[in-house]
Write a protein that binds this ligand. Structure first.
Ligand SMILES: Cc1cc2nc3c(=O)[nH]c(=O)nc-3n(C[C@H](O)[C@H](O)[C@H](O)COP(=O)(O)OP(=O)(O)OC[C@H]3O[C@@H](n4cnc5c(N)ncnc54)[C@H](O)[C@@H]3O)c2cc1C
Length: 441
């Protein structure tokens, strides 16, 4: 097992910094089980980290921080079943490349591919597209070391697990049929442990392997064009329904948007203004075309809303930024769509969603901007992204998640002593709406 000398750890944007007591990289599952078992015995805590791309202190620890970098790569796959098993520390980039070698692909990515599979799944990382749930909905099974040090198979990896309903990945992706089915939701997952693990912030167990739903590999064509903000507001839903993936970046100073669409190469562009100015066009393998490379380090606040109210929220955000922040806000606003799911702590649970993300240059102070905008996002009943800036605690969040208490029961069953917790997670998960401890088992 590798042990990095205890030194400060900084997340990608640099806005979360801490010095763990020990920073360990177990070479295998046995070593990880020993780390967690020993921590439990001695009253210590363990936090698993992925690529450190979350900007809330989910992985902060002054005790043991574990990296799963050593457990990465494609382990096996079943093309017919549409399943692939990968090490939990595999980055999305690596997953895309290794799956492609096996003729397979993920149905969607977020905006970048630096995250690890377990880290992206851990916070409900999403891309855009009404036929796609967040990446957590791809989780079909896997293996983990729980907070008690027990090694446990779950979902499809657990022979005793109840069967799961046909997943959304069993639909063909990208064709016109899909578009007709847009909004149908990401399917129901029958296994309660899987529904809890889907978005679990590393608080039920440390995953060592994940089995995800995959599709045959496919190419996509990326098209980006600029348009006026008013045009985009009027047409965003139509864009979302007629393209495989569509999102918009709004640039406050110019009050213009960049529309980004992704489609199978043979798909003809649908709605597009006559004076649209095409700024990028590219075709290639999906895992290379979907993720992009951000040109600067940024921090981000993102909330998800029921699809029907999303554009009202965007309008309100636009007005507020124009009247209060236009001269100081240091980047752009990203609007995307996500299919509904039934994962206990997914911020898209129960309804198709629209996400609104405020991106701000990480070199500049973000406090006045995010602090001023967040009440507006809350007024519309938004649920925050678990891995991005927000100020919410369990007292506020519990009533927004119908399966909150069920999640707490499952978490408590697998980590009764809170070995996998830190102070921040306690503020998120251990206060329900009455301010009482959420552990109900
Ligand atoms: C440049 C950039 C672009 C982004 N783009 C998007 C986007 O398009 N869409 C979106 O939704 N989000 C996006 N995010 C947010 C990002 O996807 C999430 O914060 C994601 O969780 C980061 O993954 P990570 O591997 O860095 O995990 P970390 O941030 O290191 O950890 C995230 C969570 O996963 C847990 N975890 C990590 N490994 C394991 C494991 N093996 N077992 C159990 N739990 C584990 C951690 O404990 C933690 O709770 C972006 C962030 C950045 C910085």
């Amino acid at each position: 097992m590798d042990e990095a000398a205890a030194q400060e750890y900084r997340t990608w944007s640099g806005s979360v910094q801490f010095t763990p007591g020990r920073h360990l990289e177990p070479a295998d599952e046995g070593a990880l089980a020993r780390i967690i078992g020993r921590a439990r015995e001695h009253g210590h805590t363990v936090r698993p980290r992925g690529s450190g791309h979350s900007s809330t202190p989910l992985i902060a620890s002054d005790d043991v921080l574990v990296s799963l970098d050593g457990l990465s790569g494609l382990i096996d796959h079943d093309t017919e079943a549409g399943l692939a098993r990968l090490g939990a520390g595999t980055t999305l980039d690596q997953a895309g490349a290794e799956l492609a070698q096996a003729g397979l692909a993920m149905e969607n990515f977020g905006d970048v591919s630096y995250q690890t599979l377990a880290g992206a799944i851990g916070t409900g990382t999403h891309g855009t597209g009404l036929q796609f749930g967040n990446l957590s909905t791809l989780l079909a099974g896997g293996r983990m070391v729980t907070g008690t040090g027990e090694v446990l198979d779950f979902g499809t990896d657990d022979d005793a697990s109840p069967a799961t309903a046909p997943p959304p990945g069993s639909r063909p992706v990208g064709g016109d049929d899909d578009i007709a089915r847009a909004g149908a939701g990401a399917g129901r997952t029958e296994d309660a442990l899987l529904r809890a693990l889907g978005v679990s912030l590393g608080t039920i167990g440390v995953m060592t392997a994940v089995t995800i739903r995959v599709t045959p590999e496919y190419d996509l064509r990326r098209l980006e064009w600029s348009a006026g903000a008013e045009w985009a507001i009027d047409h965003f839903l139509e864009l979302s329904l007629t393209n495989r993936n569509a999102d918009i970046y709004w640039y406050p100073r110019r009050d213009e948007v960049k529309v980004r669409t992704l489609n199978l190469p043979e798909h003809t562009a649908s709605v597009m203004p006559a004076n649209a100015h095409v700024v990028a066009e590219q075709t290639g393998p999906s895992h290379e075309i979907i993720p992009t490379v951000p040109p600067l380090r940024f921090d981000e606040m993102e909330y998800l809303f029921p699809l029907e109210v999303g554009m009202d929220v965007f309008q309100a955000v636009r007005e507020r930024i124009k009247s209060h922040h236009r001269q100081h806000v240091a980047w752009r606003v990203l609007v995307r769509t996500i299919a509904a799911d039934d994962l206990m702590l997914s911020n898209a649970t129960g309804h198709d969603s629209m996400s609104i993300a405020l991106l701000h240059n990480a070199e500049l102070p973000e406090d006045p901007y995010f602090a001023d905008m967040e009440p507006l996002l809350l007024d519309y009943g938004g649920r925050p992204h678990w891995g991005k800036k927000h100020s919410r605690t369990g007292a506020h969040l519990a009533p927004m998640y119908p399966q909150w208490q069920h999640f707490q029961q499952i978490r408590h069953r697998h980590d009764p002593e809170g070995v996998l917790m830190n102070d921040y997670l306690r503020s998120l998960l251990e206060q329900d709406q009455d301010g009482a401890n959420g552990d109900q088992s």
